[in-house]
Design a protein around this ligand. Structure first.
Ligand code: WT7
Length: 650
C-alpha cells in the first residue's frame, strides 16, 4: 500500500458541474467567518419563513452571558419547509423511496403530495389525541416511511419528537421516555432487519411497566409485519385506525426559530444519556444547506443515506435536510449483508442511486467479502460517495473509491456529531482535494481549532483536542431539562470554546484528521456508547461487584467494547456466567451495547484514592502490555500482572 496515492485531487469533470468549486469555497469561507451575520442571513433565505428573521446571530460561549440563538425572531414550520413549499413545483416527485428488508417485497414510492397528506392526517390525529406544541412524542419505529411521517407530523403541530433507535431495550426506552416525560409513543408491531424480527411493540409494553413512564397516555401502533401483539385498551391504538378519516390538510403551528424541534439522546462520559436539544430555524437552515453543498445536490439525484432515523444522521440527512431540499431520499429497512453482501450495490442499481452515504464500519465489513459481490453489479448511476460516524482507515477509503466507485466518484468524509446537528468538517466534492482518512476542511462558518491540555490554541501543524471557536446555526441549544449540564459538558473544559470530545491532528496543508474520542465514549460501528452506561448495567447484576469498560481496536466495528468484571466474593467465574453477563447488558441497554469481550478481573488497577486507571486497562485491551507506563502509583500494582496474563488474545 505504500505507493498508494495520498492525495486525490478534485476531478475536473466533477468540478466543472459542481455547485461549489475551489475558488468559490475559498471566497465563501472567508466571507462566512468575516461576516457571519451577512453570510447566514443570506443562507437563511433558502427557507420559507412565516415571519422573516431580522436578527441572525446572537451568540456568546462565555459563562457570564452564555447564549446561542440564531434567527431568533423568525417564525416558520419545519414540515411546511419539507413538504408544502414543494407541492407547486414537485408534488409528483418521489420524496421517499422505500426499499424493504426483504428484496422480494415491492419497493414503494411516496410522492411529496402523498407525504404531505400522510403527515397532515397523522398531525390531525395527534392533535385529536391531545398532543400540542411543546409536548414530547417518542418514536420507536423501524426504517419505514412512517418514521419520517411521524417526525414531520410532530413538527407540524409543534410537538417535540424523541426518536429512540430500535436497537435499544425496554430499559433504555423507559429512561428516555421518563427523562422527557413523553405523552405518546409511536411504534410498530415489529421491525425487520436481515430477515429477523424485532419485537418493538413488546419492548414498548415492557418499558411502560417500568417506573417513571406513567406520563405516556397513548401508544400508536403501525401494523408492519402483521404479527399479533398485545393491545392494551384504551392506551394502545392502531395507527391506521386513528389516522383514517383525518383530513389531508392540517394548519401548521407557527414556530419561533428557537422553539424545540427534537430531542435525541446520546451517550456521554457519565452514565445518563443526554437529551440533545435541537431547535427549528437554525437547524433546518444548516442541515438543508450542508446537504445541498456537501452532496452537491441536483434535482434529479436519487440520494441514499444508509443510517437509521434513530441516529442524528437519519434526522439530518434522511429526513430534514433532503426533504427541505425537495430531494428524493431512499429509506432502507434492511442490512448490508442480507440476503447477501451485495445488497447495497443491488439496491443502488435497482433504484439508480446517484449519491450514497454510509459508515466506515459497513465499508470494512463489505470489503472483507472481497470485490466479487460489488463487481457483480453495475453502480453506473453513482456519482458521489460519502462516509460518516468514525474515522475511516485509508485502506477502506481506497476500496470504497476504487472498487465501489470504480475510481469515478469523489468521497466526502463528513465529520460531525449529534450535538452539531449537521456536518462541520468535510470536503466539498468539487472544491477540496481528498486525502484518504482526513475529513479535510471546515464547512462555511465553522472555525475549528486544536488546543493542548491547558487550553492553549495550537497553530499550524499540530495535534490536540478539537474545539470550535464560534457557533453555527445547527448547533444543539441545550440538554433537555438540564441547561447547566449543557454548559458544563461542552463549554467548561476550555472556557469560551465548544469542546467536541474528539482528538485531532492538522497537517501542513491545514487538513483535519480526527483521531477519535478522548473521553470515556466508545465509538462502536459509528454508534456512541458511554463506558459508564455499560459499567452501571454490569454492576446492576447481582453477581457483579465492580466493572470497568474501555474501547479497543476492532477490525470491523472500529472500536469494540471490552469489559473487565470483578465478581462479588464467593461467586465462581465461568463461561456460562460470561454469556449471562453479555446477555444481561443486551437486555439492560440493548443489542447496540453488547460487550465484545469480557474479562474476569480479580482486581482492578486503582490509584490509592480509589480511581480506576483506565489508561492501563485500555493498553491491556489493546494487547499492548509493554506500554502500560508507570504503574507504581497503583494501590496494588500486582493486579495488573494478573490482568495482563489473562488478556484477550487477538
Ligand atoms: C462522534 C459523534 C455524525 C453522525 C454520526 C455519529 C465520530 C463522526 C466522523 C468522521 C471521524 C467521526 C467522532 C464524533 N465521528 N464522524 N467522519 N471521522 N470521526 O454521531 O453518535 O454523535 O458521534 O463520531 O468521534 O465525536 P455521534
Amino acid at each position: 500500500m505504500s505507493d498508494a496515492p495520498t492525495l486525490y485531487p478534485v476531478r475536473p469533470d466533477f468540478a466543472a458541474h459542481a455547485r461549489i468549486d475551489h475558488a468559490r469555497y475559498e471566497h465563501l469561507y472567508a466571507e462566512s467567518v468575516r461576516d457571519p451575520d451577512a453570510f447566514w442571513g443570506k443562507v437563511g433565505q433558502r427557507l420559507d419563513w412565516m415571519r422573516a428573521p431580522t436578527t441572525i446571530r446572537d451568540v456568546s460561549f462565555k459563562q457570564q452571558d452564555f447564549r446561542i440563538r440564531w434567527y431568533a425572531d423568525g417564525e416558520l414550520n419545519a414540515s411546511v419547509n419539507c413538504l408544502d413549499r414543494h407541492l407547486a413545483t414537485r408534488g409528483d416527485k418521489t420524496a421517499l423511496l422505500f426499499e424493504p428488508d426483504d428484496p422480494s417485497q415491492p419497493a414503494r414510492r411516496v410522492t411529496y403530495r402523498e407525504l404531505h397528506a400522510r403527515v397532515c392526517r397523522l398531525a390531525n390525529a395527534l392533535r385529536h389525541l391531545g398532543i400540542g406544541k411543546g409536548d414530547v412524542v417518542t418514536i420507536y419505529l423501524p426504517m419505514i416511511p412512517e418514521a419520517a411521517v411521524a417526525m414531520l407530523a410532530c413538527a407540524r403541530i409543534g410537538a417535540i419528537h424523541s426518536v429512540v433507535f430500535g436497537g435499544f431495550s425496554p430499559n433504555s426506552i423507559a429512561d428516555r421516555v421518563g427523562d422527557c416525560k413523553s405523552k405518546l409513543i409511536i411504534t410498530a408491531d415489529e421491525g425487520l432487519r436481515g430477515g429477523k424480527k424485532i419485537p418493538l411493540k413488546a419492548n414498548v409494553d415492557a418499558a411502560l411497566k417500568l417506573p417513571g413512564t406513567n406520563t405516556v397516555e397513548t401508544v400508536l401502533v403501525v401494523r408492519h409485519t402483521g404479527a399479533a401483539v398485545d393491545m392494551q385498551m384504551p392506551r394502545d391504538r392502531w395507527y391506521d385506525a386513528v389516522v383514517d378519516g383525518q383530513s389531508d390538510s392540517c394548519e401548521p403551528e407557527r414556530m419561533n426559530a428557537e422553539d424545540p424541534l427534537f430531542i435525541l439522546y446520546t451517550s456521554g462520559s457519565t452514565g445518563k444519556p443526554k437529551g440533545v436539544l435541537h431547535t427549528t430555524g437554525g437547524y433546518l437552515v444548516y442541515v438543508s444547506y450542508t446537504h445541498e453543498a456537501v452532496f452537491d445536490l441536483r434535482d434529479d439525484d436519487i440520494y441514499w443515506c444508509t443510517a437509521d432515523v434513530g441516529w442524528v444522521t437519519g434526522h439530518s440527512y434522511i429526513v430534514y435536510g433532503p426533504l427541505a431540499n425537495g430531494a428524493t431520499a431512499l429509506v432502507f429497512e434492511g442490512v448490508p449483508n442480507w440476503p447477501d453482501s451485495s445488497r447495497f450495490w443491488q439496491v443502488i442499481d435497482k433504484h439508480q442511486v446517484t449519491i450514497f452515504y454510509t459508515a466506515p464500519t459497513a465499508i470494512r465489513a463489505l470489503m472483507r467479502e472481497g470485490d466479487a459481490p460489488v463487481k457483480s453489479t453495475s453502480r453506473k448511476s453513482l456519482r458521489l460517495l460519502g462516509t460518516v460516524g468514525e474515522p475511516i482507515n485509508p485502506e477502506a477509503w481506497r476500496w470504497y473509491h476504487d472498487v465501489v466507485g470504480d475510481g469515478r466518484c469523489p468521497i466526502v468524509d463528513t465529520w460531525w456529531q449529534t450535538e452539531t446537528g449537521g456536518i462541520l468538517i468535510s470536503p466539498l466534492p468539487g472544491a477540496i482535494d481528498a486525502k484518504p482518512g482526513s475529513a479535510t476542511k471546515p464547512f462555511f462558518g465553522i472555525q475549528p481549532a486544536l488546543v493542548d491540555a491547558n487550553g492553549q490554541i495550537l497553530e499550524g501543524e499540530a495535534e490536540g483536542n478539537l474545539v470550535l471557536l464560534d457557533s453555527w446555526p445547527g448547533q444543539m441549544r441545550s440538554v433537555y431539562g438540564d441547561h447547566q449540564r449543557f454548559i458544563d459538558t461542552y463549554f467548561k473544559t476550555y472556557p469560551g470554546m465548544y469542546f467536541s470530545g474528539d482528538g485531532c491532528r492538522r497537517d501542513a496543508d491545514g487538513y483535519y484528521w480526527i483521531t477519535g474520542r478522548v473521553d470515556d465514549v466508545i465509538n462502536v460501528s459509528g454508534h456512541r456508547i458511554g463506558t459508564a452506561e455499560v459499567e452501571s448495567a454490569l454492576v446492576a447484576h447481582p453477581k457483579v461487584a465492580e466493572a470497568a469498560v474501555v474501547g479497543y481496536p476492532h477490525d470491523i466495528k472500529g472500536q469494540g467494547i471490552y469489559a473487565y468484571v470483578t465478581l462479588i466474593a464467593g461467586e465462581q467465574d465461568n463461561d456460562e456466567l460470561r454469556k449471562e453477563l453479555v446477555a444481561w447488558v443486551r437486555k439492560e441497554i440493548g443489542p447496540v451495547a453488547t460487550p465484545d469481550h469480557l474479562q474476569w478481573a480479580p482486581g482492578l488497577p486503582k490509584t490509592r484514592s480509589g480511581k480506576i486507571m483506565r489508561r492501563i486497562l485500555r493498553k491491556i485491551a489493546e494487547n499492548a502490555p509493554d506500554q502500560l507506563g508507570d504503574t507504581s502509583t497503583l494501590a496494588d500494582p500486582s493486579v495488573v500482572d494478573a490482568l495482563v496474563r489473562n488478556r484477550r488474545q487477538p
